[in-house]
Design a protein around this ligand. Sequence first.
Ligand code: ADP
Ligand code: AMP
Length: 213
Amino acid sequence: MKPQLILIGAPGSGKGTQAKNLIDEMGYNHISTGDLLRAEIAKGSELGQKLKSILDAGNLVDDATVLELLNANCELEGKSYIFDGYPRNLEQAKALDEHVLKGANSMAIYFDIDLEILIERIVNRRTAPKSGEIYNLITRPPKVPGKCDVSGEDLVHRKDDNEDTVRNRMNIFKENVDPILEYYEGQGRLQRVNAASSAVEVFELIKKIIDNK
Ligand code: ADP
Ligand code: AMP
């Protein structure tokens, strides 16, 4: 069975783009804690209302809430998953091992990239929630402005994809990433890819990593 994949990288480093490639070409299942949280907000529940202000500000949701959502949406038995956006701190990395992976064959991939170039990527990101396609107004524009090439649905510009919020999200990422990388590196579970390469090149690198596992 293919290894469970843990994608670690700053906002905009290309995790969702590569997850989509891995789903389409390799049959991976995808779990994005950001998507799960946004779905909870869309329900308009009491929890969703609390979550909205946290996501809009670009802050992290508490570990217990995210772990509960993750566990409720992930059935590892017989399936290979991509964990995208989780873990965001060392405690979450440990919780993923203890409560979800439980010794399953897994590896972490770090999307290594200079954070400054990510601001432009993120403010130009547009997403299609139903098809899962991810566009960029500069590097991957849709054929018809504002519409998904695949589903025709209206593209979404996430509220937290603005420059101020992105800077906060980057700072939170910088504060937390080193212990996560040390954790996986110390266990020989970490691979790095140069996430500044084109999306096609990054995908080739990831496929090689999976094949060599
Ligand atoms: P993440 O899931 O890590 O936040 P995304 O995959 O959503 O990042 O990508 C953020 C933005 O950058 C999107 O607009 C996407 O089209 C674009 N993008 C993704 N990978 C690359 C790449 N390798 N080179 C240039 N732009 C990219
Ligand atoms: P993302 O879709 O990964 O860019 O995440 C969007 C937002 O969801 C983040 O800025 C956080 O507010 C929240 N979020 C996503 N994943 C987590 C997580 N693992 N822990 C805490 N907050 C999270």
